[in-house]
Design a protein around this ligand. Structure first.
Ligand code: MN
Length: 213
C-alpha cells in the first residue's frame, strides 16, 4: 500500500474463511471490505481538498493531527487512525494455529510481564475495560520495553511503537459474538501471528541506537 494519499485498501492477507472458527466470513467481509474501506475512502476524500498534506505518510498525519486545519483535524484523526489500526490488525492475525513468541520478544515478555499468560491477562483487562469503541495494544517504547494500553475510537498509541492491536469495536465481533467481547478476545488470542510479531520486534531491537539499554 502507498503510505500517502491516495491510500488504497490492502487486500485481506488470507481467505475470508481462513480464520474459522474464530472469525467467520461475514465478519471479515464487513470488517475488511466495508469498515476498513470506509476509513480509506474518508481519508482520501478529506485529503483530496488539501494538496499540502497529500505527500504526508500515514504515521505523520496521525502524529500531527492537532496541527492540521481545524475543519479536517477530527476527520484525519479518526480516519487516518482507522486506516493504520485496521492495517495492523488484519496483518497480525494468521490462519494457522499460532505458536508462542520467540527470541527477543519472548525474553521481553518474560521480563516486562512475567510471561505470556500475564501478558494475555493484561491485554484482556485492557480489551474488556475499554468503555465503548476502541482498541487494546501491546506496544514497545524505543528502548524495547513492552507495555499494554487501550485507546478510544481510532486513536493510535504513538509515539509508542504498536506491535499488536486488538479491535474491540462491536463491528469486529458482533456478528459472531454479539455482546460477548470476552469470548471474542479469547478467539482473537488464538489467531495472533507470533512469528511475525517476534520478527518485527527483533528488527526493532537491532535498529535501536547502541546507547539504548
Ligand atoms: Mn474495526
Amino acid at each position: 500500500m502507498e503510505n500517502h494519499y491516495p491510500f488504497t485498501l490492502p487486500p485481506l492477507p488470507y481467505g475470508y474463511d481462513a480464520l474459522l472458527p474464530e472469525l467467520d466470513e461475514r465478519t471479515l467481509h464487513f470488517h475488511h471490505d466495508k469498515h476498513f474501506q470506509t476509513y480509506v475512502d474518508n481519508l482520501n476524500q478529506i485529503l483530496e481538498r488539501y494538496p499540502d498534506y497529500q505527500d504526508w505518510p500515514l504515521e505523520k498525519l496521525i502524529q500531527n493531527w492537532t496541527s492540521l486545519p481545524e475543519d479536517i483535524r477530527q476527520g484525519v484523526r479518526n480516519n487516518a487512525g482507522g486506516v493504520y489500526n485496521h492495517g495492523l490488525y488484519f496483518q497480525t492475525m494468521a490462519p494457522t494455529p499460532a505458536s508462542a513468541p520467540s527470541g527477543k520478544l519472548e525474553q521481553a515478555i518474560a521480563q516486562d510481564f512475567g510471561g505470556l499468560s500475564e501478558l494475555k491477562r493484561a491485554m484482556r483487562t485492557a480489551a474488556l475495560g475499554q468503555f465503548g469503541s476502541g482498541w487494546a495494544w501491546l506496544v514497545s517504547d524505543s528502548d524495547g520495553r513492552l507495555s499494554v494500553h487501550k485507546t478510544a475510537n481510532q486513536d493510535v498509541p504513538f509515539p509508542l511503537i504498536p506491535l499488536l492491536p486488538v479491535d474491540v469495536w462491536e463491528h469486529a465481533y458482533y456478528l459472531g459474538y454479539q455482546n460477548r467481547r470476552g469470548d471474542y478476545f479469547e478467539s482473537w488470542w488464538r489467531l495472533i501471528d507470533w512469528p511475525q510479531i517476534s520478527e518485527t520486534y527483533g528488527k526493532l531491537m537491532e535498529n535501536r541506537p547502541p546507547y539504548a539499554k
